[in-house]
Design a protein around this ligand. Sequence first.
Ligand SMILES: *Cc1c(COP(=O)(O)O)cnc(C)c1O
Length: 461
Amino acid sequence: MSDRYKYLLPEKDLPKAWYNINPDMPVNPAETAWNAVLHPGTKEPVTPDFLSVLFPMRFIGEAISMDRWVEIPEPVREIYKLWRPSPLYRARRLEKALDTPAHIYYKYEGVSPVGSHKPNTAIAQAFYAKEEGVVGFTTETGAGQWGSAMSMACNLFDLECHVYMVKVSFYQKPYRRILIESYGASVTPSPSDKTQYGRKVLAEDPDTPGSLGIAISEAVEAAVTSNGKYKYSLGSVLGPVLMHQTVIGLEALKQFEMAGEYPDIIIGCAGGGSNFAGFAFPFLHENFTNGQNTRVIAVEPTACPTLTKGEYTFDYGDTAAMAPVVKMHTLGHTFVPPGIHAGGLRYHGMAPHVSALLDNGDIEAVAVHQIPTFEAAVQFARAEGIIPAPESAHAIKVAMDEAIKCKEEGVSKVIAFNLSGHGHFDLGAYDAYFQGQLEDYAYAEDKVKEAMTHLPEVNLG
Ligand SMILES: *Cc1c(COP(=O)(O)O)cnc(C)c1O
C-alpha cells in the first residue's frame, strides 16, 4: 500500500462514453425514465413533440435510450479536458483527525471552473442546443451553481442564457449572481414580474423566499412562450442529466484501481440526485453485473427530506404544474422548504431513477440536520484544507459518521464520497454558522401533509 494522497488520471483516460443505467434498472422502465413521464395537462405519457419544445432532440433521445454506453461527443470531451479528469483524494488527515481505521476517499468536483459538478451536463446540453441552431437557454438556479455552469457552457458555445434565480439565494449569494453575469448571462430574482406565473406568486405572497420549483416554472414558461428561440435546461433530476454526471464515477472506478482498493460504502448528497447518481451509478453497475456489494447512501437535509419522508408517487416537477409529471419521491410540488444554506438541496422531488432504486432497496437514504453538517464541514476543512459547499457537506457528515462507526466496531472499511463542489461562494453561510445564527429546522410535517393534497390525479390504465 502506497502512502499517496491523490490519484490523478491523464487526459487520455477521460471516459469516452457515459454510463446509461436505463437497461440495468432493476425495475420496470415504465416506473422511471421515459414512458412514465406524463403531460402536466392531460396526464397522458408525453410525446417527443411536447418535450422538444423544452429540450434539444438529442437530449430527449438520451432519455429513452436503452444503450448502456452513450458516446460523449468530441466537442464536449474537449471542454471537459479544461478540468477533467478530476482528482480522487485519500483523506489521510481526516482519517487521522477521526482516529479511524477506515480509509476515506473523496472525488473532488470543485476543480471545475465554476466549482461544482454541474458543468458535466451543462456543456453537453449547450452543445446539443447549438447543434439544433437555437438562440439560447432559459433556466433556473437555486444557490447559483447551476446558473453559473449553464452561463459558462452557453458562453463557450456562443448561446444566450437567461437565469431565474431563487430570490433567497439571489440576496444571500450575490457573488454567485456576479459569477453568472461574468460569463454573460442575465439573472432575474424569482419569483419575478417577467412571467405570468411569477406575477401570480408575487400577488399571493410578495415576501416569499422563492423556491426551485417556482423558478423552474418561470424558466419553463419563458422557454415555452419563446416560439422556439429558447430551450429550457434542467440541471438535475432527468435521466440524461444523471447520465452526463456518470463521468465522475467512471473516472473514480479507474482511480480506485490505481489505489488498489474498492469502496465498501459510496456516499453522495442528493438535491435532485445528479451528483449522487453520477458518482454512484457506475458502482451500482458493478453491484448489478460484477458481483460487487457496495453500500450506496444518498444524503439529504432534514429540512427537505424527499427520500426519507417523501412518498413515492406521481407529482409535477415544478410548483406551477407546468413541467411533466413523473413518479418520484416527493414532498408535494407546492411544498416550499425552509431557507437552509444548502440551496441546491431544496427541491421537493427526487430523480425518478434514484427514487426507484431506493424503493427497490438498491440504495439507502439518510437525512441530516444543518448545524452538525456545518460542524462536519469545518472539521473536514481543517483537516483537508478544502472548504466544501454546504450541499457536499451533507455527504461529508455521513462519511465521517460511518468512519466513526468503523472505529467503534474496530473494522476498516473503504468509504468514498463525492465532494460535489467547493464553498468559496458560500462563506456567508459559514459566517452565519460561526456566529451561531444557524437553525436546525424540524421536519415540517403539517406543511408537507398539506402539499401532498395537491398531487395530480393520475390514471395509468
Ligand atoms: C446543485 C448542487 C448539488 C445538488 O444537486 P444534485 O443534482 O443533487 O447533485 C449538490 N452539490 C453541489 C455542489 C451543487 O452545486
